[in-house]
Ligand binder design. Structure first.
Ligand code: FEO
Length: 172
């Protein structure tokens, strides 16, 4: 059985991950409306990954005897006004998620919950990748996004992103 506080933090994080997916789908809606199908696709794939993260945490709780509970998912609160905005918002959001995961890890560490620390190792690594991907998007947009040809090429590149289901192995 998991420590009650740890279980609660992970249950809250399930909601945060679902919110992340909701936020990224909202970015995809924005880009679809702007006619940038590659950018929209990239965030649709991102949203699928966020759902995977939520499901991995839900499964970890269930496998450890915890009754998972769901709260309402908040309305996406970012309002993109220009094409680069979702990229900046996305990077900020991933930094926030990293801090949330780090907090759960620190709480698990404080009570010698090695099982949860091992489970969270995947997420610690994943957050490094999520932040790097978000930063790379900003860099690429700065380099190529400001003329029509460059934006077209970048949109085509993002259209090629392939969804690969996330997995933590035994905990799934
Ligand atoms: Fe689930 Fe984008 O972190």
């Amino acid at each position: 059985m998991l420590n009650e506080k740890i279980a609660k933090l992970i249950n809250v994080q399930v909601n945060k991950e679902l919110y992340s997916g909701y936020l990224y789908l909202d970015f995809a809606n924005y880009y679809a409306d702007e006619g940038l199908d590659g950018f929209a696709h990239w965030y649709e794939v991102q949203a699928q990954e966020e759902r995977d993260h939520a499901m991995m945490m839900r499964r970890y709780l269930i496998d450890n005897g915890i009754r998972v509970t769901f709260d309402a998912i908040a309305k996406p609160d970012k309002k993109p006004a220009k094409i680069s905005d979702p990229l900046d918002f996305g990077y900020e959001h991933e930094q926030l998620v990293t801090s949330l995961i780090n907090h759960i890890y620190a709480e698990a560490y404080a009570i010698n919950d090695f099982k949860t620390m091992q489970f969270l190792d995947w997420f610690i690594k994943e957050q490094g990748e999520e932040e790097k991907n978000a930063e790379d998007m900003i860099k690429k947009f700065k380099l190529f996004g400001h003329d029509a040809k460059g934006l077209y090429a970048l949109n085509q590149e993002l259209l090629a992103r392939v969804y690969t289901p996330s997995t933590t192995g035994p905990a799934m």
